[in-house]
Design a protein around this ligand. Structure first.
Ligand SMILES: [Zn+2]
Length: 98
């Protein structure tokens, strides 16, 4: 038996868009695969990851600030099309659900 009743089991990460801290599971992980920034919703891809809210506002902010290349240590520009498409789909799916 343990007397540690308030052990926090929720790791937090900072969103590269709005820079707010959030529970890891509320954020979308993005990794670089062959020079492209791709979503890693299950967090299973190897390598360095960047975390962003799965929202277009945060994604756009991150892209405008070049936060992805910085967070992912990628030289130059990163293609974020796949990531954007993923977030767009998520947003549409959410809006379609009553
Ligand atoms: Zn955010």
């Amino acid at each position: 038996m343990s007397d540690r009743t308030h052990a926090r089991a929720c790791p937090e990460r900072t969103c590269v868009g709005c820079r707010e801290r959030a529970v890891k599971t509320d954020l979308l992980r993005a990794v670089v695969v062959e020079g492209e920034c791709v979503p890693d919703p299950r967090g299973t891809l190897p390598g360095r990851g960047a975390y962003v809210h799965p929202a277009l506002v945060c994604l756009d902010l991150a892209v405008r600030r070049r936060a992805f290349p910085r967070a992912l240590r990628a030289p130059g520009q990163l293609d974020t099309k796949a990531l954007r498409l993923y977030v767009e789909r998520q947003t549409v799916a959410e809006q379609a659900t009553p």
